[in-house]
Write a protein that binds this ligand. Structure first.
Ligand SMILES: Nc1nc2c(c(=O)[nH]1)N[C@H]1C(S)=C(S)[C@@H](COP(=O)(O)OP(=O)(O)OC[C@H]3O[C@@H](n4cnc5c(=O)[nH]c(N)nc54)[C@H](O)[C@@H]3O)O[C@H]1N2
Ligand SMILES: Nc1nc2c(c(=O)[nH]1)N[C@H]1C(S)=C(S)[C@@H](COP(=O)(O)OP(=O)(O)OC[C@H]3O[C@@H](n4cnc5c(=O)[nH]c(N)nc54)[C@H](O)[C@@H]3O)O[C@H]1N2
Ligand code: SF4
Ligand SMILES: [Mo]
Length: 729
């Protein structure tokens, strides 16, 4: 978080220039001053004129150019010929890929062509929109999203209880007198996932200093829990039981906010379920004593203001949706929804953002061919993709485009995923590297680095805690031969002869605009994302394009305010739906389950942690040698002693699906019964240009995660809480 001092405009004398933009590695969107000589990036510093969040600037943003200029970066499209890759021109790649895809479409139908969009793909407003434009053109519903290994439950819960998958609520950390933070580690990951709290962790700690009651729920000790007044150690995957326990106690003691309960639909259903559940059973499930549940129920409900947030520690397992849902119910019944100091809604730039987004991308009622999973936020669960590839019949996946993702490293059962990808007739990867998931790609298409492109996150206005507008500029143009992801999807649609964005008659307009751009030498004249942004800005009325261009560090276009949410709800009766049927059914089922038995074969539960210098499976290239934790498992001394394991010893970690060899680190940071491994490692970096041996970067802990044990509502696997055992190697 410590930002180097900005060196002010020495550039004028040196021919260097500073471009103001934003970092797009994580959702903190820190302002950057990127100093370039036009060809290379010289250095990256925090943009202290960015009013939103320059203080969150971190090492990842500061060294972003290391990846841009990496020697193994793809610099031109590459086609697989035998077991080697050859460079081809962008135009040839588009022609050949279009022909191959059309062939597959003709033989097997549009749904035989699938796409996966990974995390950095979603973080590109233009790439994501144009990828959706391609799939709409194709008419394929075989779309897979990274949300199915991370946040699907956020979108599903928002859709079911507020009426829009994009009903995003921000925690008001400065004004909350009690903060109940569940399954998050903001000291490492910062505060921003489907909401954005600039400098969030420091602000949370400052609020605690001033008397706010900070309670963190995490199975293990983390840099965040060490700073919190209370650390509640929970059994992984059982957050729902803890939350239902809190809700039960609150209703029984009459601590609920009666008005907010009466104003919502379905609160009586929740009350009845909570009343029937046994507190002892809930306590046994989550491994938190009844007295502690009662204490936290009192502290949270009785505080003047308060906010509960459930993050990825909660969402990344088979009970993720129940946990996410009940965290919203807890906020609702305690009067924390749409309030100062609670979870509030930034209306964004449109009159009703949720309504507009529902019109542009309505929630789908489609179900997946295999497993019958609901389509969420435009995609099906990536965990089911191997079965979709392996199972014959109409809709069997034959071709796949992976844009900015690495499902072998980041999804369940990496080995099974890798084997399925190898069976595809056509695998196309858009990335700036060839990583694990692209090992068998037929085509490697170089993606642009975020420093090479514009972005406009303001269209997702409610993502921001304060009404903030910025047009993030490209700091540098991509090298010759590298095209933007959005160009690839646009040009591929045109070449395939399918109507881009599903709009009949648009392809000739795109062709004509590209011709005008070529003859005038002005690339902006070719149909591009700015056309759409400009249109949206016009619709928004609170912004002016001119201001966006003239204020490159961004600006606040309105004051932070509260109480907009209830009027914007998109539910049929206009009320918050506290008890959607699909959640209630699963909850009732869980309540009849026997207690999580100690699994005698795999009695330990494996949780996840992130590296401060990495972003999921990328940026691993820039992690310092002595800070590499890619093959370490943390284990409590009690569990280690019971297995005759000592610190630094080689051990085997086994689950139902795989066994990995790693090194034990014996530590009290994990309690008995819990082991922890870093996520994101174990993805090799290949060298398709130079042909050198792949770089091995640690062990892929997700190979231990079964792909057949999913949250039935969202298709998210048990990426945390996986049952494992350890023995000496
Ligand atoms: N440095 C860095 N920053 C990142 C990322 C990164 O990879 N590296 N990734 C970005 C992305 S894509 C996201 S989505 C966000 C995520 O941000 P966070 O949600 O804060 O993610 P984590 O840091 O993994 O914190 C999750 C915590 O949940 C705990 N946990 C595990 N299982 C359970 C459980 O069953 N219940 C509970 N209550 N806790 C559990 C883990 O021990 C861990 O401490 O971070 C973003 N920021
Ligand atoms: N056990 C466990 N599993 C997890 C998690 C966990 O905490 N524990 N975290 C989960 C979370 S929160 C997430 S978001 C997912 C991530 O899952 P994925 O999104 O599938 O994987 P990433 O590691 O983000 O892979 C991103 C790829 O995109 C490339 N890339 C980066 N920037 C760009 C760009 O601008 N353009 C293009 N074309 N490519 C780019 C990178 O080189 C990298 O290869 O993993 C999930 N999996
Ligand atoms: S990676 Fe670091 S610099 Fe980039 S947005 Fe996130 S916190 Fe900010
Ligand atoms: Mo994520």
């Amino acid at each position: 978080m410590n930002a180097p001092e900005r060196i002010d405009a020495e550039q004028s004398t040196t021919g260097l220039k500073t471009v103001k933009t934003t970092c797009r590695i994580c959702l903190c969107f820190c302002g950057l001053d990127v100093v370039t000589d036009g060809k290379k990036i010289i250095r990256i510093l925090p943009d202290k004129e960015n009013p939103n969040d320059w203080r969150d600037f971190c090492l990842k943003g500061g060294s972003a150019n290391a990846l841009r200029d990496h020697p193994k970066r793809l610099t031109s499209p590459m086609k697989r010929v035998g077991d080697k890759y050859v460079e081809v021109s962008y135009e040839q790649a588009i022609r050949e890929i279009a022909a191959q895809l059309n062939d597959i479409r003709k033989k097997h139908g549009a749904n035989a062509i699938a796409t996966y969009i990974g995390n950095p793909g979603q973080s590109s407003t233009q790439g994501a929109a144009f990828q959706a434009g391609f799939t709409a053109a194709l008419g394929s519903t075989s779309n897979y999203t990274v949300g199915s290994v991370d946040q699907n439950s956020f979108n599903l819960v928002a859709e079911q209880i507020y009426g829009s998958e994009m009903a995003l609520l921000n925690p008001d950390v400065d004004h909350a007198k009690c903060m109940l933070l569940i399954g998050m580690n903001p000291a490492v990951s910062y505060v921003g996932w489907m909401y954005q709290v600039p400098e969030g962790w420091n602000r949370i700690l400052a609020a605690q200093e001033k008397g706010a009651d900070l309670i963190m729920v995490d199975p293990r000790e983390t840099p965040s829990t060490r700073k919190a007044k209370t650390h509640v150690k929970i059994r992984p995957g059982e957050d729902w039981a803890f939350l239902l326990g809190l809700i039960k106690v609150i209703f029984e003691r009459g601590w609920e906010n009666k008005q907010d309960c009466a104003d919502a639909s379905g609160v009586d259903t929740i009350k009845a379920i909570a009343s029937e559940a046994s507190l002892q059973y809930l306590s046994d499930r989550c491994n938190i004593a009844v007295a502690q549940i009662e204490d936290i129920a009192r502290r949270f409900s009785q505080a003047e203001t308060g906010v509960c947030v459930a993050n990825t520690g909660v969402s990344m397992n088979r009970n993720g949706t129940l946990g996410e849902w009940l965290s919203h119910v807890l906020n609702l019944i305690c009067g924390r929804t749409d309030r100062k100091g609670g979870r509030f809604y930034n209306p964004g730039i449109f009159k009703n953002t949720m309504q507009l987004l529902n019109k542009m991308a309505p929630a789908s009622s489609l179900r997946s061919r295999i497993g019958g999973y609901k389509m969420i936020y435009g995609g099906f669960p990536i965990a089911t993709l191997p079965d979709e590839i392996n199972t014959p019949g109409e809709g069997q996946v034959k071709a796949l485009i992976i844009n900015a993702g690495n499902p072998v490293a980041c999804g369940a059962d990496g080995a099974r995923m890798a084997a399925a990808l190898q069976k595809l007739d056509l695998l196309i990867g858009i990335d700036f590297f060839q990583r694990e998931s692209l090992q068998h790609a037929h085509w490697l298409i170089p993606g642009t680095h975020f420093l090479e492109r514009d972005d406009f996150f303001t269209i997702l206005g409610s993502l921001f805690e304060r009404p903030f507008a910025q047009l993030a500029q490209a700091a540098i143009t991509p090298r010759e031969g590298i095209h933007h992801e959005w160009e690839f999807f646009r040009d591929l649609s045109v070449e395939m002869g399918i109507p881009f964005m599903g709009i009949k008659g648009i392809n000739p307009v795109i062709r004509a605009s590209r011709w005008v751009a070529r003859v005038t030498g002005n690339p902006r004249l070719a149909f591009n994302p700015r056309w759409i942004w400009a249109l949206l800005v016009k619709t928004a009325s609170c912004l002016k394009w001119k201001d966006l261009v003239n204020k490159p560090s961004g600006y606040f276009y309105a004051e932070k305010s509260y109480g907009h949410f209830r009027a914007a709800l998109q539910t049929p009766d206009g009320k918050i739906q506290a008890a959607p049927d699909m959640f209630v059914q699963i909850l009732k089922q869980r309540l009849t389950e026997p207690l999580p038995q100690t699994n005698t074969d795999f009695p330990l539960q494996l949780v996840s942690q992130r590296h401060i210098s990495m972003m999921n499976s990328w940026l691993v290239e820039t992690v310092k040698r002595n800070d590499r934790r890619g093959d370490i498992v943390e284990i409590n001394p009690t569990d280690a002693n019971a297995r005759n394991i000592v610190d630094s010893q080689d051990v085997l970690v086994s689950s139902r699906v795989s066994t990995l060899k790693v090194t034990a680190r014996v530590t009290e940071a994990v309690p008995p019964g819990i082991v922890s491994m870093d996520h994101g490692w174990g993805s090799r970096l290949f060298d398709p240009k130079g042909g050198s041996a792949p770089e091995i970067q640690g062990v892929n802990r997700n190979q231990l995660v079964a792909a057949d044990e999913l949250d039935e509502l969202t298709g998210v696997p048990n990426l945390t809480g996986t049952c494992v055992n350890l023995r000496a190697a």
